[in-house]
Design a protein around this ligand. Structure first.
Ligand SMILES: NC(=O)c1ccc[n+]([C@@H]2O[C@H](COP(=O)([O-])OP(=O)(O)OC[C@H]3O[C@@H](n4cnc5c(N)ncnc54)[C@H](OP(=O)(O)O)[C@@H]3O)[C@@H](O)[C@H]2O)c1
Length: 275
């Protein structure tokens, strides 16, 4: 089992990724701003109320996943970890779920903030799923709007990746950037968001070339049924109907399939549009 850090973990796509990775028994570090939402997500993942959980049985031959064995409870709060309970035929080991409340609008503070709980020695993957968007024509986009989009969507992803590189290198880990079809084509009123996502693609492509031992994937979702999309539709003055968009669980399945691709190949870029 591996250890994965997920930013935007409380969002639609991030939570769906967390649910899938947790269901496979991986240890997780969940990052977002709101400590309350993080704690609620961590609890639901630990208790299995988010999805069917797995308990990992350690046997003399090594770990074996036993799906559908019910819920497990862990400790709460930042740095909380699952424990272990005895079970027939072996020891059931709970995956550890930690939370790390961080504001990605403050990339200069990330290093100190991460140092508080300590970085994991080995990290099998980082999923950069945090993001924000506020639509505006260029004529009305003030500097602070540009800075917010670039900080949250790009600079913090770069800074987090930099800080986590030693742990990722040890595990020959996977870095996944959740981009957007707006990172392939910039439409009117999307300049700041699209610029941040075009930049995110540059970050991914340079990282892939610089770190051949790592696996780097960019996922480009089209419109997906999450709170972000609800806010976008409100800004566009359009009604929101979840069925019009891809489900976050579908985007998460594509993303996790990229992570689980055998090591003889890498999914470098994948676009997931609503059907
Ligand atoms: N939904 C779509 O249609 C769509 C389409 C293409 C691409 N995407 C991309 O997919 C990713 C996930 O989006 P989503 O739709 O799942 O959005 P969402 O439901 O709005 O979730 C956004 C996540 O980012 C976190 N976040 C926002 N600002 C943050 C900050 N300053 N510091 C730390 N965390 C912050 C939020 O948590 P807190 O608020 O607690 O901080 C939340 O966990 C984003 O990168 C987005 O650009 C979405």
């Amino acid at each position: 089992m591996g250890t994965y850090l997920i930013t935007g973990a409380t969002g639609g796509i991030g939570a769906a990724v967390a649910e899938l990775l947790s269901g496979r028994g991986h240890d997780l570090i969940l990052v977002a701003r709101s400590p309350d939402r993080l704690d609620r997500l961590a609890s639901s993942l630990r208790t299995g109320s988010h999805a069917a959980t797995q308990v990992i049985m350690t046997t003399p031959d090594g770990p074996a996943a036993v799906p559908g064995t019910g819920s497990v409870a862990g400790t709460g709060g930042a740095g909380g970890a699952g424990g272990a309970v005895a079970g027939a035929g072996g020891t059931a080991v709970r995956a550890s779920i930690r939370t790390a409340p961080l504001d990605l609008n403050e990339p200069r503070r990330l290093e100190a903030a991460l140092a508080v709980d300590g970085l994991p020695e080995r990290l099998d993957g980082v999923v950069h799923a945090a993001g924000m968007v506020r639509l505006s024509p260029v004529a009305e986009l003030e500097a602070d709007e540009w800075i917010d989009h670039l900080n949250v969507n790009l600079v913090s992803a770069a800074e987090l990746t930099r800080l986590l590189l030693p742990s990722l290198r040890l595990a020959k880990g996977h870095v996944v950037f959740v981009n957007s079809t707006a990172g392939l084509r910039a439409n009117p009123e999307w300049a700041a968001y699209a610029a941040s996502k075009f930049g995110l693609r540059a970050l991914a492509d340079s990282l892939r070339a610089e770190e051949p031992e790592l696996r780097v994937t960019t996922v480009y979702p089209g419109r997906t049924a999450t709170e972000m999309q609800q806010r976008v539709r409100a800004q566009e003055g359009q009604p929101y109907a979840a069925d019009d968009f891809a489900a976050p669980a579908t985007v998460a399945r594509v993303l996790v399939a990229a992570i689980e691709t055998p090591r003889d190949a890498v999914v470098s870029d994948v676009t997931v549009r609503p059907a």
